[in-house]
Design a protein around this ligand. Structure first.
Ligand SMILES: Nc1ncnc2c1ncn2[C@@H]1O[C@H](COP(=O)(O)OP(=O)(O)OP(=O)(O)O)[C@@H](O)[C@H]1O
Length: 327
C-alpha cells in the first residue's frame, strides 16, 4: 500500500470584502469552501476548473502561503495549519511551488545561478559557495538547460526555459511535494508538452508528489493519477483519472470533458456549452452552486446544497443527480 502524504479535510479560505475608507467588512469571498482529498507519496492530483474557482487559493492554503480560515491540512500526519513560523520554514523545504509565470517570480537583477544558490542557502544546502555552485550546475542539467547558461539573467531566456528555471528552483531543496500552479498555461502547445514531460521525468527520478493545477482537463490528463474538478470553491467531482475519464458524472465535468480534443478526426464529439458566467464567489447561489449553468439539474438544486455522494470507491460527486433522496 502507498504511504499517505497529504490529507486535506474541509479546507476553507474566505477573504473578507472590505469597502469604503473605513474598510468595513461587508462579507466574504468564499474562494475555497470545503475541499477534501487524500494524496499518497509519488502520486499526482490534477485540479481543474475555470478561472476564479479557487484552484490557486487551494494550493496556497495547503502551503500556508495564505492562512486558511478553517479545516485541516495534514502532511505526513502533522497538522500544517497550526505550525509555528520556524516549523513552517522547515516544512517549506519539503513543499515547494512552481508558478504560472516564472518571470514574475524570478528576480530580474540577478543571474539564474544566484537565484538557485539563494534557494540552496535559505535551506542551508551545500557547505560553501563552491559546493553550491556545483549543485546549481547539476540542477540546470537536470532540467535540460546547458550549464554554460548559469551566468545569464532571466530575461535572456524563453518562456519554456524560464519555466525550467522555476522548476530547478523548486527541486533545488529536494522536496517531496510540488504544487505546480498552471505551470504550462502561458506556454505554446509544443513547449507545454516538453515541460509536462520534464515534470514526469523528475517525478520518476526523485519520487515527487504533485498537485498539478490547470484550467483544462487535456493538460492534466496524462500526468495525473487522481483528478479533482473544482467549481466555486468546492470539488464537485473527485476520482482516479481512469474513473473520471470513463465515467464523468457531474454535469460540469461532462462539459469540461466535451472540450477536450480527441486525436481521431472521425470521432465527433458534441460540445456541451455551459450557460452564463461562473457565479460570483462573493455571493454564491443559495442552493447548488452549479444550478444556474447546468442543463440537467433539477428544481431542488436551487434551494438545497448537494452532498458529496460516493458513486464508486474513490469516486465522489457533489450533485443531486446522484443523491437517492432526490431521485
Ligand atoms: N487575496 C485575495 N483577496 C480577495 N479575494 C481573493 C484573493 N485571492 C483570490 N481571491 C478571489 O478568490 C477567488 C478564487 O481565486 P483563485 O485565484 O484561487 O482562483 P483560480 O481558480 O486559481 O483562478 P485563476 O485560474 O484565474 O488563477 C476569486 O474570486 C478571486 O478573485
Amino acid at each position: 500500500m502507498k504511504e499517505e502524504l497529504l490529507e486535506v479535510s474541509d479546507l476553507k479560505t474566505h477573504f473578507p470584502i472590505q469597502k469604503g475608507i473605513l474598510k468595513r467588512n461587508t462579507g466574504f469571498v468564499k474562494a475555497v469552501d470545503g475541499v477534501s482529498f487524500k494524496l499518497a507519496k509519488g502520486e499526482t492530483l490534477g485540479i481543474v476548473g475555470e478561472s476564479g474557482c479557487g484552484k490557486s487559493t487551494t494550493g496556497r492554503s495547503i502551503l500556508r502561503l495564505i492562512n486558511p480560515t478553517s479545516g485541516s491540512v495534514k502532511y505526513k500526519g502533522k497538522e500544517v495549519t497550526s505550525l509555528s513560523k520556524g516549523e513552517l520554514l522547515k516544512l517549506r523545504k519539503e513543499m515547494q511551488i512552481v508558478f504560472q509565470d516564472p518571470y514574475a517570480s524570478l528576480n530580474p537583477r540577478i543571474t539564474i545561478a544566484s537565484i538557485l544558490e539563494e534557494a540552496l542557502s535559505t535551506h542551508s544546502i551545500g557547505k560553501d559557495k563552491k559546493e553550491r555552485r556545483e549543485i546549481v550546475l547539476q540542477l540546470l542539467e537536470k532540467v535540460g538547460l546547458n550549464r554554460q547558461l548559469a551566468n545569464r539573467y532571466p530575461h535572456e531566456f524563453s518562456g519554456g526555459q524560464r519555466q525550467r528555471i522555476g522548476i530547478a528552483r523548486a527541486i533545488a531543496v529536494n522536496p517531496t511535494l510540488i504544487i505546480a500552479d498552471e505551470p504550462v498555461s502561458a506556454l505554446d502547445v509544443s513547449i507545454q508538452a516538453q515541460i509536462l514531460n520534464l515534470f514526469q521525468d523528475l517525478q520518476e527520478q526523485m519520487g515527487l508528489t504533485y498537485i498539478f493545477i490547470a484550467h483544462d482537463l487535456s493538460v492534466v490528463k496524462h500526468i495525473s493519477d487522481k483528478i479533482g474538478v473544482m467549481y466555486l470553491g468546492r470539488m464537485v467531482e473527485y476520482a482516479s483519472k481512469d474513473d473520471l475519464f470513463s465515467n464523468p458524472s457531474h454535469p460540469y465535468t461532462q462539459a469540461l470533458m466535451s472540450a477536450v480534443p480527441v486525436p481521431n478526426p472521425l470521432m465527433k464529439k458534441e460540445r456541451i456549452s455551459l450557460k452564463g458566467d461562473v457565479p460570483n464567489p462573493a455571493a454564491p447561489p443559495s442552493g447548488c452552486t452549479f444550478h444556474t449553468r447546468c442543463n440537467a439539474c433539477m428544481e431542488v438544486c436551487k434551494t438545497i446544497k448537494p452532498k458529496d455522494i460516493v458513486i464508486s470507491p474513490g469516486h465522489v460527486v457533489s450533485c443531486h443527480l446522484y443523491d437517492s433522496a432526490y431521485n
